[in-house]
Design a protein around this ligand. Structure first.
Ligand code: ADP
Ligand code: MG
Length: 240
């Protein structure tokens, strides 16, 4: 579903992605983990063209992401992206936040888009919050609205960049549960996370990055019990 081939990226003279190769099959969930500054956000943002790349190619469901001929709006509606900061529209209710992109981008009739938005919000445990504004919701609730908003476009892939890092501890579980449920529906996902227990439990593969490179790709079982590199051992000794 996602093919990343020999991707390179620099900010000015600093190389932040170095010869990245990775293939993510349909319905698989990959965790991207590693120390701060490793290039995790830059890589995941490159997958839906929030970042340009300077070499190599990223292909999502057969579409070359950085090809000038690619319709970027079409591509982005196929790729849901959930950020650490929820970025909801403050002046729109939960339902309106979820329905707005299908209405504006896909020209779905308002009634139909809002009906689907209510169903998505209900499936994420937000059945009581349809008419609430973001400021009236907790961080965990806002993040679940953000997940519903991404799902409203019927994406083929979901990308999450530290979806629980801005949340108070008691709200982390409800968001991880939502992502876990999504995994069980067969959604292809890439999740940048510091939640090692979560990564171990739901991900098919762990991708460990450091210094702009992929250092190890392994099953959770192997990665967490028998990491192959000193870099990964050192990282795990600090986070586990
Ligand atoms: P991670 O998400 O793993 O913490 P990032 O992808 O955010 O890492 O950053 C990788 C490197 O790229 C870091 O050295 C960071 O300072 C640098 N970087 C990220 N975004 C920018 C930017 N917009 N301009 C310049 N440097 C950046
Ligand atoms: Mg990051």
């Amino acid at each position: 579903m996602i093919r990343i081939k020999q991707v390179n990226k620099s900010f000015g003279s600093v190389r932040v992605l170095k010869d990245i190769d990775l293939e993510i099959p349909q319905s698989h969930v990959y965790a991207l983990i590693g120390p701060s500054g490793a290039g995790k956000s830059t890589l995941i943002r490159s997958i839906n063209a929030l970042e340009s790349i300077q070499g190599g190619e990223i292909i999502v469901d057969g579409i070359s992401v950085h090809d000038r001929k690619t319709d970027i709006n079409r591509l982005r509606s196929d790729i849901g992206f959930v950020f650490q900061s929820f970025n909801l529209y403050p002046h729109l209710t939960a339902v309106e936040n979820v329905a707005i992109a299908p209405i504006q981008v896909k020209k779905v009739p308002k009634e139909q888009a809002e009906e689907k938005a209510r169903a998505l919000l209900a499936s994420l445990g937000l059945g009581e919050k349809f008419g609430s504004y973001p400021a009236q919701l907790s961080g965990g609730q806002q993040q679940r609205v953000a997940i519903a908003r991404a799902l409203a476009m019927d994406p083929k892939v979901m990308l999450f960049d530290e979806p629980t890092s801005a949340l108070d501890p008691e709200m982390i579980k409800e968001v991880l549960d939502a992502i876990r449920n999504l995994a069980s529906t067969g959604m292809t996902m890439v999740v940048v996370t510091h939640e090692m227990g979560f990564a171990r439990e739901i991900c098919n593969q762990i991708v460990f990055m450091a210094d702009g490179k992929i250092v190890e790709v392994a099953s959770p079982e192997v990665f967490f019990t028998n990491p192959q590199t000193d870099r990964a051992k050192d990282f795990l000794s600090k986070v586990l």
